[in-house]
Design a protein around this ligand. Structure first.
Ligand SMILES: O=C(O)CCC(=O)C(=O)O
Ligand SMILES: [Fe+2]
Length: 274
């Protein structure tokens, strides 16, 4: 959507869902593209999703290839055909962040909603959402306002040639100091981020993790993955290395633009997107 795509760093716009529910969208990062959708879900909707996941049953979440990626984390998959709210959110996000046509292409669409419940001490180690599937967009709904998500490479000025290298680099980083650490201000907040850059390549900066849950309450978060076919997900390390340096140049330009934009704060309430 043009309004979001051109939103400068920290700029915000008011959005309105088809049902009339209002929220505020703001940009938190330009590489990767991360947007905060404040109060995207109503309190009722957040509790409905928690209740549906409980009714549907939660099972230990296992990540293919790395069984230790998620710790103390249970998963329930909610399908849009059985939960009308999931179907509605899918439509709303598509309208706001993608085009309706994109999801209808063969191989495109939205996955069942992944509702995750982490116990205190649970976490999801740094990972990419799009390994072999074209998950172009991820939306995270914070269902009880507990927990945090970290993008360790947001704003990082580094170079690496493989995903393994970037994951290893992140071991030395600290959520309190590096990258972007997002904590919802309340239940119903959402975060939307893109896993691919313009041109259709996976964005190395889209690495993220669910930080270890502190305190005594579980963290409830739901992940919505939107697939758009035609992006390139398999590539060699050498092509990634070449592109990483290209991206860094672009990012340096982007930062200069963002700084220029920050001198002139932009806030453009637009009412509903119809
Ligand atoms: O729990 C979080 O904060 C992140 C969840 C996540 O990255 C995912 O479900 O892919
Ligand atoms: Fe993820």
């Amino acid at each position: 959507r043009p309004e979001l795509a051109h939103l400068p760093l920290h700029g915000e716009i008011e959005g309105c869902r088809s049902c009339g529910h209002r929220f505020v969208a703001s940009r938190l990062s330009s590489r990767p593209h991360v947007f905060h959708l404040r109060q995207f879900l109503s309190p009722d909707e957040s509790s409905t999703l928690i209740r549906s996941a409980r009714e549907n049953g939660l099972h230990p979440a296992v990540t293919s290839g790395n069984t230790r990626a998620r710790r103390a984390c249970d998963l329930s998959l909610l399908s849009p055909s059985r939960q009308p709210l999931v179907a509605e959110l899918q439509r709303e996000v598509a309208r706001l962040m993608l085009s309706d046509e994109a999801l209808q292409l063969p191989g495109g669409g939205c996955e069942d909603l992944h509702v995750l419940r982490y116990q205190p001490g649970g976490e999801y180690l740094p990972h990419y959402d799009a390994a072999s599937v074209p998950r172009v967009l991820t939306v995270l709904y914070y269902l009880n306002g507990v927990g945090a998500t970290w993008f360790p490479l947001s704003g990082a000025n580094i170079s690496f040639s493989t995903r393994e290298e970037s994951v290893a680099y992140v071991q030395g980083l600290n959520p309190q100091r590096d990258g972007l650490c997002f904590e919802p201000s309340a239940a119903g907040d959402a975060l939307a981020f893109f896993n691919f850059v313009e041109g259709g390549y996976p964005d190395p900066w889209a690495l993220h993790s669910g930080l270890e849950v502190e305190g005594t309450e579980p963290k409830w978060v739901a992940s919505h993955f939107f697939r758009v076919p035609g992006v390139c997900s398999a590539e060699t390390s050498s092509s990634m290395a070449a592109r990483t340096s290209q991206l860094q140049q672009l990012r340096a330009q982007g930062d200069a633009e963002a700084m220029a934009e920050e001198q002139e704060p932009v806030s453009t309430p637009t009412g509903s997107h119809t």
